[in-house]
Design a protein around this ligand. Structure first.
Ligand code: NAD
Length: 348
């Protein structure tokens, strides 16, 4: 510790954890101190192949010893990892936050949770464009969920047009991640009967000035979420559909493409395009906006956007590390550094 390179522990090496590890590995101002698994499994091979030191999620000596049965070299328990790192990124399954927070506090380490935890756990949440500054030098925070991250990316610039924004939106959610066999529905549309859903109001944990409510339905797909959004823009700023599109074209981590002429009319084609881009796992860190699905009627804006749920929060986690460590106060500078390092990492 104390070196200029930030040592990052990643607790939980699943869908989000393995992606955060690679994104950290891509940066020149941070390094992977280690990753944790609950026991020997294929995921340990992935860590070994990348050279990430492997630790157990528990300090139990029997659990630590069990890794050798799979031929894996486990360096110790979570406490050992925490003592050798500057910050821990919690990528454990949702709702484990309270138990893990106690461990991080006992170890005296800075900590970041993911969107499966509630804002109340840390009393602070994060997205790069909304509130990087508020998170500078904080002890702990939460990177908001994939949906909330995606909403913030396109809504914060709309809010900044005239410092007001009212939003109603519907989240059309993927039922499960591609690697997940336990969730559903597989042949139904499942409305979230808690109205409003938590997604829209969660934006207000990072940008309280945006008035927003949401409905949500889960549909039988694994690829992406789609958001159908209606936003009432501030009046008197001379906006047009084209000026809004131009605003998003200049916004980091937002891709605007034409559904009909680019032949990207569904999430299937969008994800095929993402695979063509060449990031690992076919990830798409950017929010995808269909140009031909955007229309301003008076001051009311209608649009659709698609979210690659497994990856849009990954670059946000990197910016958040810089915020907590107080090494970059300008969110746009951090975003540019993060994204360029990830592009170089994959030779794009
Ligand atoms: P996951 O199930 O794919 O991975 C979780 C990992 O944590 C697994 O490797 C699991 O073995 C490990 N683990 C189990 N118990 C643990 C413990 N006590 N301590 C540490 N690790 C433990 O889950 P995920 O999809 O990566 O989700 C992680 C977090 O990210 C959740 O809060 C989730 O809500 C959030 N998130 C998920 C997505 C997504 O689409 N998958 C998107 C954004 C945010």
């Amino acid at each position: 510790m104390g070196s200029s390179v930030i040592r990052v522990a990643i607790n939980g090496f699943g869908t989000i954890g393995k992606r955060v590890a690679d994104a950290v590995d891509a940066q020149d101002d941070m390094e992977v101190a280690g990753v944790t698994k609950t026991g020997p499994s294929f995921g340990c091979s992935l860590a070994a192949k990348k050279g990430y030191p492997l630790y157990c999620t528990s300090d139990d000596p029997d659990r630590i010893a069990s890794f050798s049965s799979g031929g894996y070299d486990c360096q110790g328990g979570l406490s050992d990892l925490l003592s050798s790192a500057d910050v821990v990124v919690d990528c454990a399954p949702g709702k484990m936050g309270a138990a893990n927070l106690a461990k991080y506090e006992a170890a005296g380490i800075k900590h970041m949770f993911q969107g499966g935890e509630k804002h109340e756990l840390t009393g602070l949440s994060y997205t790069s464009s909304a509130n990087h500054t508020e998170n500078l030098n904080a002890r702990g925070t939460r990177v908001v969920s994939c949906n909330t991250t995606g909403l913030s990316r396109t809504l914060v610039p709309l809010y900044e047009i005239g410092d007001s924004l009212r939003v109603e939106c519907t989240m059309i959610r993927r039922a499960a991640d591609p690697g997940d066999s336990k969730k559903g529905p597989i042949n139904a549309i499942k409305p979230v009967l808690k109205v409003p859903s938590h997604h829209g109001p969660d934006v207000m944990t990072v940008k309280p000035e945006i008035e927003i409510n949401s409905l949500a339905v889960a549909v039988p797909t694994t690829l992406m979420h789609v958001h159908a959004i209606i936003a009432d823009l501030p009046t008197g700023h001379g906006q047009t559909t084209e000026s809004i599109l131009d605003l998003w074209r200049q916004t980091p981590r937002v891709i605007v493409m034409h559904g009909e002429s680019d032949r990207l009319t569904t999430t299937a084609e969008v994800m095929e395009m993402a695979r063509d881009i060449g990031r690992k796992w076919g990830d798409l860190h950017e929010v995808f906006v269909w140009e031909d699905g955007v229309k301003l009627v008076g001051d009311r804006l209608y649009y659709f956007q698609a979210i690659h749920q497994e990856s849009d929060v990954i670059p946000e986690n990197i910016d958040c590390i810089r915020a907590l460590m107080g090494v970059e106060s300008d969110w746009k500078a951090s975003v540019a550094k993060t994204d360029s390092a990830i592009s170089d990492y994959y030779g794009l």
